[in-house]
Design a protein around this ligand. Structure first.
Ligand code: PMV
Length: 358
């Protein structure tokens, strides 16, 4: 990742002022980032403003569904412009991006507005981690355009403020996101929570993604997390067991033991969904179609294939398996997810700036 010395393109543009015509410098930076899927989940915040999670989490960045985001500083503009897949963004999506730019401007000591242009290839808001790739790409592009000069850890902390899971998409392969210390000063707390890479060289995994419903979810992960923490009697026990799961997961990754990685990931994810089912009122992201896919994976296991499910804040199911088993797993999952689409991912790259002219 080329994050130490971000390259920023400067567009020369002629700007008319009252008195004269001047050539204005307009930094532009474009970044690409991929979503990540957590094998040890992030669910619940200890600080909503700083996006500090209650527990550590661990994920795999995917090779599919990239988001590409271009940030152009617009000194002439009175407000930010956000374009999402070619359309002007509105509502909550635009508000979150402008709030994120405000944070970047505060750090840069700059009042300058920006034009943000995002192309997202993943269905948005369907529990497919679109906010992870989205805010990771935005963090890298905005940090470069505003000249923040952040290293990878700094970018991870910054991306976290847009969407917690985005902190992990700064890195390729596997990454752990530290919950940090919410009890320090705000500066200490902010500095303590970031992601970093985890070595899993002995593993050759694939993730088969079954999109059974690409529509946006009814309850946002933010709302669902808050409700779970506030009302679910299962939340604290899950948080406790998730800490133990992380220890086991790191050991399993270290030995390249895919069956153990899968077992731990599956119990961690199903446990997270159990906390939500026990919330008042319940939050249920699983649909009958999700259960059909889960059942097909259980059958694969009975047939001797190491395949394990994980699910996020939506009905879509991700199946972890050995890369060598991908075709067989994808065929079974495709049949189970009748009418849905199936995508195969392997570990993908971290967020990075693109070269000029892209
Ligand atoms: O995308 P966020 O930051 O709102 O969080 C979503 C959390 C889960 O996807 C459900 C779990 C995870 O760790 O990614």
């Amino acid at each position: 990742m080329r994050t130490d010395q971000p390259t920023v393109r400067t567009d020369q543009q002629t700007v008319r002022t009252d008195q004269q015509t001047v050539r204005a410098e307009q930094p532009v930076a474009t970044a690409v980032a991929h979503p990540n899927i957590a094998l040890i989940k992030y669910w619940g915040k200890s600080d909503e403003k700083l996006f500090l999670p209650r527990t550590d989490s661990l994920s795999m960045t995917l090779s599919v569904f990239p988001t590409t985001t271009r940030v152009r500083l617009a000194p002439e503009a009175g407000q930010d412009t956000v374009v999402f897949n070619g359309e002007p963004a509105t509502g909550e999506a635009a508000r979150r991006i402008v709030a994120f730019l405000d944070l970047v401007r505060e750090r840069a000591g700059s009042p300058v507005r920006a034009v943000v242009d995002t192309e997202n290839t993943v269905p948005t808001g369907a529990g497919l981690a679109s906010s992870a790739s989205g805010f990771a790409a935005l963090a890298v592009a905005a940090a470069a355009a505003y000249g923040l000069g952040l290293d990878a850890r700094g970018l991870s902390r910054l991306a976290r403020r847009g969407s917690g899971s985005a902190s992990r998409s700064i890195f390729g392969g596997f990454a752990v996101w530290h919950a940090g210390n919410p009890d320090g000063t705000p500066q200490e707390a902010d500095a303590s929570s970031y992601a970093e890479p985890v070595d899993a060289a002995g593993l050759d995994p694939a993730l088969v993604v079954a999109v059974v419903n690409a529509g946006p979810k009814e309850v946002s992960s933010r709302t669902a997390m808050r409700r779970t923490m506030d009302t679910s009697p299962l939340f604290e026990p899950w948080a406790e067991s998730s800490r133990a799961d992380l220890v086991d997961m790191r050991a399993a990754l270290g030995r390249g033991d895919l069956a153990a990685v899968g077992e731990i990931a599956e119990r961690n994810a199903l446990g997270m969904h159990a906390t939500m089912l026990a919330a008042r009122p319940a939050v249920r992201y699983m649909s009958p179609a999700s259960l059909t896919v889960i059942d097909s994976v259980l059958q694969l296991r009975r047939d001797g294939v190491a395949a394990y499910v994980t699910m996020d804040a939506g009905p879509n199911v991700k199946v972890l398996c050995r890369r060598a088993d991908t075709d067989r797993v994808a065929a079974v999952v495709r049949e189970a997810a009748a009418g849905g689409s199936v995508h195969v991912a392997v570990p993908g790259p971290g967020a990075r700036l693109l070269d000029e002219g892209v």
